[in-house]
Design a binder for this molecule. Sequence first.
Ligand SMILES: Cc1cc2nc3c(=O)[nH]c(=O)nc-3n(C[C@H](O)[C@H](O)[C@H](O)COP(=O)(O)O)c2cc1C
Length: 184
Amino acid sequence: MDAIDLLINRHSCNQLISPAPSGEALDNIIHAGLRAPDHGALTPWRFIITEGEGLKTLSRYFQDAAFNLGKTEKDVLKAANAPFRAPQIITVIARIEDHPKIPESEQLMSAGCVVMAMQMAAQAQGFNGIWRTGWFAYDSHIKQKLELEDKDEIVGFLYLGTPDVSCKKIRELNTDSFVTRMDN
Ligand SMILES: Cc1cc2nc3c(=O)[nH]c(=O)nc-3n(C[C@H](O)[C@H](O)[C@H](O)COP(=O)(O)O)c2cc1C
């Protein structure tokens, strides 16, 4: 797939079935993530690849977190079902360090770039997915269960798999609405 074609036609897919990326395809996805722009070469990222029985474990973490937050029975069930929306989830974590020159926001942006690079690498290889956060990304119980460090931030759960239906509904945006020029 041509690079410009991939960039212009990147899109998410939320109806995902097996197979999930594995072997070389998954390795390419991880490597694409590791090429995210990284001010100061801090490598402020960690990834948790969850699939198979791991999705059941994540489901339990989500369910317990929802229960702890006093959510309704319906929402507790919704939380428990959330991880099963794809055969694989890559949790992308910004492992933020205190740095004299590189603020937290830049480390977070770098981790955000990881998610998009991974999604595009998946799409380039015939897979796809969707970047999700929701309250799960900010919940302390879930972060603790995933054994994250205090300053770690979950920037996204990248749900990955094989598109079950055609997902290519790309919003048409006019470049003129976003661009101004300064050429003198
Ligand atoms: C930081 C971040 C968090 C997101 N969280 C969610 C989410 O929790 N649920 C969701 O349906 N979409 C979420 N999205 C949006 C989707 O990833 C996706 O971009 C959106 O559905 C539009 O589809 P497109 O990527 O094909 O344009 C999030 C996007 C970003 C950047």
